[in-house]
Design a protein around this ligand. Structure first.
Ligand SMILES: Cc1cc2nc3c(=O)[nH]c(=O)nc-3n(C[C@H](O)[C@H](O)[C@H](O)COP(=O)(O)OP(=O)(O)OC[C@H]3O[C@@H](n4cnc5c(N)ncnc54)[C@H](O)[C@@H]3O)c2cc1C
Length: 408
């Protein structure tokens, strides 16, 4: 028998806890310690998904799944072939937690409570024998003669390997940098747009099921439901656009022109011809209910068109103007507002320095990474937790195996 190896996970979030359980289950003889700086683990799981925890997404094709990650899509192909949403669902179900799928693919515990997920993970932590030490802020880490020396406030721990799972904290980034990893500048992702000059602010609460939103003079474009808010625009289409264009919008100081194609019709001329045809076929009718009536009335009013008039009384020139507006309606974004259901950081540890078979650093053997500390982020819908489960599982597996090999 060799000496008992000590593995330390820094950060008690989804990635760190999942990795610790996996590692200890792989090799029960190892000592696995989670160091968490606050007085509670899984704090973000608790508040996630509006308290319901959107655990993962019902997308079971690894390649399609990666298309939901503005950063990390290429690198996650391999990992998702090894641990994907199907495995997440099975993992929780084997432990008595059933998940349900909503119409948009988001998966939640059937209890609609994040506590169910937390209780399951905490039960597994204690069942496996993982040691959790709370209120343990790691101050610094050195590597000497193959050992990691972890400096806490009043104590030093020596570890054979380390998993950095500190989420978006700048401290985690600075430690990774100290060990030679490049850091991609962290910027926010998943936010809504502030449009103080929008004439639609008082229509807050109206939702339009299918629009195309784009940023003028860029190639960023997304499709989906749009929500009018009292500060501007939100809803899945906007959140997706904010994620894909997170870096560009940061560079523009969150000032840009949003273009809304209200009907998702890809061609302005087709839209105009449709309106003309309706007018010819039925001149007594008003403009067809293409959109919620108060929204349509407001868009028409901005063009001096009375939406209550019958089509026969509206000149073709005005219909052409309406088609142009419905096809590409500009609004000036002047800032962002955090989306409280889910927000993440784009940026973090550069992926080039990570071996995605094991999540081990290519620069420092024995140093592993998982979760949001990496330059990986998904759009809203459960993809960010899936990244935490997958990278945590891979790291836990590799560390468990490493302990086996070295401990024999
Ligand atoms: C409000 C909100 C709702 C969300 N809802 C969802 C959702 O429903 N579905 C989804 O997929 N994603 C959601 N997300 C995103 C998801 O929560 C994160 O992507 C995920 O939690 C990342 O997990 P992690 O373990 O990498 O990091 P974290 O969960 O951030 O955990 C990192 C841990 O490290 C600890 N730590 C940091 N520095 C130190 C240190 N020096 N020493 C010791 N410990 C340290 C922190 O205290 C923390 O506990 C949401 C995010 C937010 C903010």
């Amino acid at each position: 028998m060799g000496k008992q190896l000590i593995h330390v996970v820094i950060g008690g979030g989804a990635a760190g806890i999942f990795a610790a359980i996996r590692c200890k289950t792989q090799n029960p003889s190892a000592q696995v310690i989670v160091l968490e700086k606050t007085n509670q683990v899984l704090a973000k799981v608790r508040i996630s998904g509006g308290g319901r925890c959107n655990v993962t997404h019902a997308c079971f094709d690894p390649v399609k799944l990666t298309q939901n990650y503005p950063r990390g899509s290429k690198e996650l192909i391999g990992p998702f072939h090894r641990f994907q949403p199907k495995d997440t669902v099975a993992w929780f179900e084997e432990r008595g937690v059933a998940l349900k799928t909503e119409s948009d693919g988001r998966m939640f515990p059937t209890t609609d409570s994040s506590e169910t997920i937390i209780q399951c993970l905490i039960h597994e932590v204690s069942h496996a024998g993982v040691e959790i030490r709370k209120q343990q802020r790691v101050e610094s880490i050195e590597k000497k003669e193959g050992q990691f020396l972890i400096q806490l406030e009043n104590q030093q721990i020596s570890a054979d390997s380390i998993l950095l799972a500190t989420g978006s904290s700048s401290w985690g980034h600075s430690i990774a940098k100290k060990f030679g990893h490049a850091i991609v500048e962290p910027v926010p992702s998943l936010f809504t747009f502030n449009v103080p000059s929008s004439p639609l602010l008082d229509l807050s609460g109206i939702s339009v099921p299918d629009v195309i939103v784009s940023l003028k003079d860029t190639s960023f474009k997304q499709q989906g439901p749009l929500l009018l808010t009292h500060w501007g625009f939100s809803g899945p289409a906007i959140l997706k656009l904010s994620a894909w264009a997170a870096r560009k919008l940061h560079q523009l100081d969150y000032k840009a022109t949003l273009q809304i194609n209200w009907l998702s019709i890809p061609n302005q001329e087709t839209l105009y011809q449709n309106l003309l045809q309706k007018k010819q076929e039925n001149p007594q009718q008003t403009i067809p209910t293409l959109l919620p009536s108060n929204l349509l009335a407001r868009l028409c009013k901005s063009l001096d068109i009375d939406s209550t008039l019958s089509l026969g009384k509206i000149q073709n020139k005005a219909l052409a103007q309406l088609a142009a507006k419905l096809y590409s309606d500009p609004y000036f974004i002047e800032g962002k507002t955090t989306y409280k259901q889910e927000f993440v950081t784009a940026g973090g540890v550069d992926l080039k320095s990570i071996d995605f078979r094991t999540m081990e650093s290519k620069i420092v053997p024995g140093l592993f990474f998982a979760g949001e500390i990496l330059n990986i982020d998904g759009i809203t819908g459960g993809f960010n937790f899936q990244n935490a489960w997958t990278t945590g599982w891979l790291a836990g597996t590799a560390i468990g195996n490493r302990i086996c090999k070295m401990g024999m």
